[in-house]
Ligand binder design. Sequence first.
Ligand code: 8YV
Length: 313
Amino acid sequence: QKTTATVLQVGPMPPFVEGPLHEEFNVLRLPDAEVEKFLATNSGQVGVVVTTSVTGVDAHLMRALPELRAIVNFGVGFDKIDVHTADELGVVVSNTPDVLTDCVADMAVGLLIDVARGISASDRFVRRGDWLQGSYPLGTRVSGKRVGILGLGRIGLAIAARLEAFGTTVAYHGRRRVADVTYPWHESLTDLAENSDFLIVAVASNSATAGIVSAEVLEALGPKGYLINISRGAVVDEAALVDALVQQRIAGAGLDVFAHEPYVPQELLNLDNVVLAPHTGSATAETRQDMADLFLTNLRQFVNEGTLSTPIS
Ligand code: 8YV
């Protein structure tokens, strides 16, 4: 039996989310066109908005929904939700932390090993038949190297734990020193980059982190350094990254995220020292199901009790 609460769905959601969502709740979909007309008729009944990290909710939409009380997000990142406006309007927001940590950390390690050892590039080499002409160029050793992690949160810590097993040394940068860890903290990101063979971006994307992996940071990482990004494209100055890769001022990059997804800078497509992934860090059947379950737990709890299970922090 459906609850009477009206839920507004903003953007597409995977079928295993939409199925139970539409079965259990009265769901309206925000149309792509004639949004104002839709809002004029329906805005007064919407108490909850559901969305994904890909779509998000802007201030204009929040302000157009006078009864809005909660935004329930499918995804851990909430950079596309205007959380300042939500806060101002007393709208609470939930995300899906923890359940995707392992898969995203696995992806970071996968990209790191791939770009250092040229796994994707040498796969293309084999398929082209180039092996018949000679051996593949030498890669870069991973074990024993220095890893710098930008953002030692849940995902950053999971990456560090994995890479420690490779005998790497781990250091990190974040606004604050993290309690109860022995990894050295670098107050300056440039300093961390200068002292890293691999710099991994695992920090949340927001106004404070926009573009912080700058031309200067990439310069500090240097011609033997690799950049790995499983966070958001916006954390990196993408034009500076493209320049650094094209001009070989850094050794390579493993990228799961880009500034204007699904568009990837054209210049990167022919570079064998760049591994490109289509934002699939959390994209396993198991993890996406866990995310769907947590998303629905938040929605049910909000509709039934007025509280969220995993509010953003
Ligand atoms: C997306 C992600 O949520 O959780 C995040 O922040 O970036 C991904 O897991 C996923 O693409 C679905 O929105």
